[in-house]
Design a protein around this ligand. Structure first.
Ligand code: AMP
Length: 287
């Protein structure tokens, strides 16, 4: 695996692959790679000819300076893990390569950014995500880009952006990878100390309670939400939000007919966590 620092190096490295119509896959990450990221890289390896992993901690999508400062960084470790999972190229630019002096353009996706994380982290968060992902798609020019269902709203924002701007890429969303006890893998989990690691299971418990209630025949969104909320509170955790919404536009639902996204966010100690599941009134829960 080669590590590249500049846009020019990436374009040159992919020129031959593009000319030969080899399938290029991109996995955007902010590093601190874990099995969630590696599952995306392995999926890209299985389905593409050239696998590009980007590693860039994007300041524009952080709403808290402390969160940005504390974000775990270890490029050497990420490079070793990425290579072992099958990456061919690691694009790890510095800040000025992505945001050169005078940078002044923002990609704003409406509607689906105005709820859930958009409310709690502010409009700047998804603008930061949409802008950097647009840049990465333009720099790499992948046939397929891989994202995790763990960040369900982000995946939807990116699907919308790609559709609205006619970007020639297919977006593939891969399942959430979890610890054996059900905690969704996240780079921020390293900050969970002592009892907070146990309390973090409140998110998993909330989703499991909604699934169990659906399985018992409940279809009313308010009742399903109350079951999920009670499960969180048993662990002493209050959500930032806990919502049942449509999977296609994130608008609230009152009943579960077909597929519904249950999205939850909470701070456990000083660590902010998100998780989600898809309830399916006609079949198995997923997500
Ligand atoms: P991040 O480095 O947090 O920006 O994440 C990079 C990509 O990995 C995003 O598409 C995330 O949705 C995805 N991802 C993060 N955690 C997980 C997980 N536990 N399972 C699957 N994908 C994940």
């Amino acid at each position: 695996m080669r590590t590249l620092r500049t846009v020019g190096e990436v374009r040159a490295a992919l020129r031959e692959a593009r000319r030969a119509e080899r399938v290029i896959g991109l996995v955007p990450t902010m590093g601190a790679l874990h099995d969630g990221h590696l599952s995306l890289i392995r999926r890209a390896r299985d389905t593409c000819d050239e696998v590009v992993v980007s590693l860039f901690v994007n300041p524009a999508q952080f709403d808290q300076a402390t969160d940005l400062k504390a974000y775990p960084r270890d490029e050497a470790r990420d490079a070793a893990l990425g290579a072992a999972a099958g990456a061919d190229l690691l694009f790890a630019p510095d800040l000025a390569e992505v945001y050169p002096p005078g940078f002044a353009t923002t990609v704003h996706v409406g509607a689906v950014t105005e709820t859930l994380e958009g409310v709690h982290r502010g409009a700047g968060h998804f603008e930061g995500v949409a802008t950097v992902v647009t840049k990465l798609l333009n720099i790499v020019g992948p046939d397929v880009a891989f994202f995790g269902q763990k960040d369900a709203q982000q995946a939807l924002v990116i699907r919308r952006l790609v559709r609205d701007l006619d970007l020639p890429v297919r977006i593939e969303v891969c399942p959430t990878i979890r610890e054996p006890d059900g905690l969704a893998l996240s780079s921020r989990n390293v900050h969970l100390r002592g009892a907070d690691r146990e309390r973090a299971l409140a998110l998993r418990d909330a989703l499991a309670a909604a699934e169990a209630s659906l399985g018992a025949g409940e279809r009313d969104a308010g009742v399903l939400r109350a079951a999920a909320l009670a499960a969180m509170r048993e662990r002493g955790v209050e959500p930032d939000y806990l919502e049942l919404v449509r999977t296609d536009d994130l608008s609230p639902v009152t009943r579960v007919d077909g597929e519904v996204l249950v999205a939850v966010a909470a701070s456990v100690g000083s660590t902010r966590l998100i998780d989600n599941t898809i309830l399916n009134a006609n079949g198995q829960p997923g997500g």
